[in-house]
Write a protein that binds this ligand. Structure first.
Ligand code: DOR
Ligand code: ZN
Length: 347
């Protein structure tokens, strides 16, 4: 039986929500992960240092007793973000990054940015203090096809921002295209990208062929197969600028299985076995630890976690639970649509 031991992983892009959902999903992440970058797209969003401190408290209060977990907080960047507030929150270690949502790009992004010139002073301040900018990289222009929105964002928005703001550290979140991979590779320094678990498994056929499958719908939407293959190559390759951000995004099933279903795949429960399967298939198990536990920490200037996680290869396909029950309804767990021969042996 093959076993591999990894430094305990970090999830550099995670939605924990609040209240009942937070309580239900948090143990699914803390089982295998010691740290996660917590997305701020609550309703209302986490926009100030005070909001971040209160949300962090609610996360720590929701932890199962005896569990170690470090939530790394983010602020939601708006056109009224206060540069002094973010600067002091960053310097005192309360926040790790700011998250840029173009207004209307995804779930709870209504307070995001429409006029990118309005955030210039904030971006300058971030570059000055070294605070990273995490970017949801999609344009919202209705004339741009949804499958092209990431590539167009790089050209129209991200590259101009980076050119105008030397020294700004940027993470392109949940890249879904070969243009995203190529853009990261084309740059000398200060740019990295997270890749989700689900985008390594699904392409757009999974969502649309043979019936519409809402549990595979997320944003950025999965693209054609050639893009999925480019992501697999980047994730399992040697370039440390690619690292794991699951974008695990729980929604109650009744809100996904609806005439207008929410975007998001919930992968917190089975991410590590799924990733072991991908890296095994690519003959790159030796790169898994970099992707899940080392590269992201290095980008954010942090030491790796100290504990370990052991994964085991199995003879029979592993059966994962199909859904997570909560007092307000169930949340379907991501189905990788193929047999998985890995499980967590010891967390
Ligand atoms: O699929 C997604 N779900 N993409 C996002 O950008 C947001 C997330 C959510 O919050 O549900
Ligand atoms: Zn997200």
């Amino acid at each position: 039986m093959t076993k591999i031991t990894l430094t305990r992983p970090d999830d550099w892009h995670l939605h924990l929500r609040d209240g009942v959902m937070l309580k239900a999903v948090l143990p699914e992440t803390t089982r295998d992960f010691d740290r996660a970058l917590i997305m701020p797209n609550l309703v209302p969003p986490v926009v100030s240092a005070k909001d971040a401190a209160l949300y962090k408290r609610r996360i720590l209060d929701a932890l199962p007793s005896g569990t170690f977990f470090e939530p790394k907080m983010t602020l939601y960047l708006t056109e009224s973000t206060n540069a002094d507030d973010l600067s002091s929150a960053y310097k005192e270690g309360l926040i790790t990054a700011l998250k840029l949502y173009p207004a209307g790009a995804t779930t709870n992004s209504a307070s995001g940015v429409t006029n990118f010139d309005a955030i210039r002073p904030v971006l300058e301040k971030m570059a000055e203090i070294g605070c990273p900018l995490c970017v949801h990289g999609e344009v919202t222009d209705p004339s741009v096809d949804i499958f092209d929105r990431e590539a167009v964002f790089i050209e129209r928005v991200l590259d101009p921002i980076r050119q105008k703001t030397p020294g700004l550290k940027v993470v392109m979140e949940h890249i879904t295209t070969k243009e995203g991979v190529e853009y990261v590779k084309s740059v000398d320094a200060g740019l990295a990208a997270t890749i989700t678990t689900h985008h390594l498994f699904i392409n757009r056929n999974h969502i649309l062929a043979g019936g519409i499958r809402p549990h595979y719908y997320c944003l950025p939407v999965a693209k054609r197969e050639s893009h999925r293959l480019a992501l697999r190559e980047a994730a399992t390759g040697a370039d440390p600028r690619f690292f794991l951000g699951t974008d695990s995004a729980p929604h109650f099933d009744h809100l996904k299985e609806a005439a207008c279903g929410c975007a998001g795949c919930f992968t917190a429960t089975n991410t590590m076995p799924l990733l072991a399967q991908v890296f095994d298939e690519e003959g790159a198990l030796d790169k898994l630890e970099g992707f899940t536990s080392l590269n992201g920490a290095a980008f954010y200037g942090l030491a790796p976690n100290t504990g370990t996680l052991v994964l085991e290869k199995t003879n029979q396909p592993v059966k994962f639970p199909e859904a997570l029950a909560t007092p307000e309804g169930q949340v379907t767990i991501f189905d990788p649509a193929q047999p998985i021969f890995w499980r967590v042996f010891q967390s």
